[in-house]
Design a protein around this ligand. Structure first.
Ligand code: ADP
Ligand code: MG
Length: 593
């Protein structure tokens, strides 16, 4: 056979392996979850690619995962009939870190300088394939891609900076397609190679995997076997002829070993929503999206009729990209299936508007073709309808959080995703009715707790016709603006728009419940209390003063006017009715400098 070739790991991999080996992480059992999740990914890939290229799966139609635990020797073998890896793919996938889960882990590690956090992080993110080294000191991966005519073996050992690749030559180990991973467990971890324990772990960690997982188990079958009459017994009871002549049988249990289907393969979204518990939804969320925290809300629904699809949507508890980076990241937040076949998690942009890109979930369509591409999605009428329904459901779900008895939930939501909704005001006119009730702002009468527009409207004075707002850079400076004097005197409430995006968002809405939004810093503020006579008199008296001031200031101001809006300040600078507000000027300046 050709000799094994030796390779060095990429530096990051070595670092990661070091970390794993030296970690005090007690929950080592996650290795099984990680390996099963890779097997499931590989099966997904094969199933998806076979749609357009049936040749790929011709060597073995079965799509499953088999786990064999050898207690005596402390060895666990996990075999899948997925896409496998070519020689080059082995080098790319198992020798370098390019992949999502582990990359996420390393990033979290970098952000979390506190070294004691490391052990928890392994549990939170999983460390992918390398988690095998939590329990094994030697790992072999024997893999056959349908695109390669040879099967290769990767072999790595704990505490080594290199691995080897060779061709598989043992005819007994040749598989038609897929990957077999063999874990030679560390002395202290041999107990993991216990069939019952493996079975428990699979049930615990991988019940949402949609391919069958078989584990090798000892089973018992109960049989009735005939037994010889005991002569002593017969003598004792010789009065009763009937029973004496009846053949006697005995139940015995016959033991044997066989593959046992260990998981439930029906995807959770196909189940009846009434029968799924919140904990199951949460667990599905954590496992599917590799998350640590439970979602804030979930929504499971089916649509029938014109377009048929099923979906479970989630609102995450925190914004993964940080609150300020709104929409420009690739999210992989929506997993698209067609008739249960996983298609891609790259199409979120086609199914949700970008301001809702934080919503996570699965969507399983009945109507799309299996070989669906981005181009098809973009032009499809079906997708347009799906998108509309998904967006509506997402809003219902968010509204649900806002109506929850637990006010903190919505505060959390708003803190993380408020900006997204404001962006929605600007970008999605069609859904203004759904977005507006979800908005929250500080106000002159509620400086510490944000209020909704509904609360504002309820609190309006009987004669008040408009919703007043002032845009500023903080509650403090909004509060001290001279524009507020008169309005406060009348005890009218004013919304404080203190985030840069607020003003544009409100201007896009224009009105709420038929009440216009009015910027109190603009020149024509009308509080409905005009006293024309008095104004005329004042104008007469101070007209010349105004002209004089305008002359002195020249082009620096557009106009100098008598105003009734102030009560204690002598004068105020306002923006023109059609010009930018002072706040916008400030923002534009900040951007151009
Ligand atoms: P991730 O699953 O996040 O991509 P892993 O470290 O778990 O990261 O796996 C690294 C890569 O190795 C996978 O992306 C995949 O390309 C490859 N791989 C791992 N296990 C298998 C498998 N059973 N079959 C095919 N490819 C696999
Ligand atoms: Mg993985």
């Amino acid at each position: 056979p050709p000799p094994a070739e030796k390779f060095e790991y990429q530096a990051e991999v070595s670092r990661l392996m070091d970390l794993i080996v030296n970690s005090l992480y007690s929950n080592k059992e996650v290795f099984l979850r990680e390996l099963i999740s890779n097997a499931s990914d590989a099966l997904d890939k094969l199933r998806y690619l076979s749609v357009t290229d049936p040749e790929l799966s011709k060597d073995s139609p079965n799509l499953d995962i088999r786990i064999y635990a050898d207690k005596e020797n402390g060895i666990i073998t996990l075999t899948d009939s997925g896409i496998g890896m070519t020689r080059q793919e082995i080098v790319d996938c198992l020798g370098t870190i390019a992949q999502s889960g582990t990359a996420k882990f390393l990033k979290a590690l970098k952000d979390n300088k506190d070294a004691s956090g490391d052990n928890n992080l392994i549990g939170q993110f999983g460390v992918g394939f390398y988690s095998a080294f939590l329990v094994a000191d030697r790992v072999t991966v024997s893999t056959k891609s349908p695109r390669s005519d040879k099967q290769y073996v990767w072999e790595g050992e704990v505490d080594s900076s290199s691995y080897t690749i060779r061709e598989e030559t043992d005819p007994q180990l040749i598989i038609p397609r897929g990957t077999r991973i063999t874990l030679h467990l560390k002395q202290d971890d041999k107990a993991f190679a216990d069939p019952e324990r493996v079975q428990k772990l699979v049930r615990n960690y991988s019940q949402f995997v949609s391919f069958p997982i078989y584990t090798w188990q000892e089973k018992g079958i109960t049989k009735e076997v005939e037994v010889e009459d005991d002569p002593a017994e017969a003598n004792k009871d010789n009065m009763d002829d009937q029973t004496e002549k009846k053949k006697k049988t005995k139940k015995v249990v016959e033991r044997y070993w066989d593959w046992d289907l260990t998981n439930e393969t029906q995807p959770i979204w196909l189940r009846n929503a009434k029968e799924v518990t919140t904990e199951e939804y949460n667990e599905f969320y954590r496992k599917t999206f590799n998350e640590y925290l439970d979602p804030l809300a979930s929504s499971h629904f089916t649509t029938e009729g014109e377009v048929e699809f099923r979906s479970i949507l989630y609102v995450p508890p925190v914004s993964p990209m940080g609150k300020d980076d709104l929409v420009n990241q690739k999210t992989k937040n929506i997993r698209l299936y067609v008739k249960r076949v996983f298609i891609s998690d790259d199409f979120d942009g086609e199914l949700f508007p970008r301001y809702l890109s934080f919503v996570k979930g699965v969507v399983d369509s009945h109507d799309l073709p299996l070989n669906v591409s981005r181009e098809i999605l973009q032009e499809s009428r079906i997708v347009r309808i799906m998108k509309k329904r998904l967006v509506r459901k997402a809003f219902d779900m968010i509204l649900g959080i806002s109506l929850s008895e637990n006010r903190e939930d919505y505060e959390k939501f708003w803190d993380n995703f408020g900006k997204h909704l404001k962006l929605g005001c600007i970008e999605d006119r069609e859904n203004h009715k759904r977005i507006a009730p979800l908005l929250r702002f500080f106000s002159s009468q509620s400086e510490d707790d944000m209020i909704s527009l509904d609360e504002y409207v309820e609190n309006m004075k009987p004669e008040q016709k408009a919703i007043y707002y002032i845009a500023s850079d903080s509650v403090k400076s909004a509060k001290n603006a001279p524009f507020l004097e008169k309005i406060m005197e009348k005890q009218l409430e004013v919304l404080y728009l203190v985030e840069p995006i607020d003003e544009v968002a409100i201007q896009s809405l224009k009105s709420y419940k038929e009440k216009d939004f009015i910027d109190i810093s603009k020149e024509d503020l009308d509080l409905g209390d005009k006293n024309e006579e008095k104004e005329a008199a004042v104008k007469k008296e101070f007209g010349q003063t105004c002209d004089w001031i305008k002359k002195r200031l020249g082009d620096k101001v557009a106009n100098v006017q008598i105003s009734s809006r102030l009560s204690s300040s002598p004068c105020v600078l306002v923006s023109g009715k059609f010009g930018w507000s002072a706040n916008m000027e400030r923002l534009m300046k900040a951007q151009s400098s």
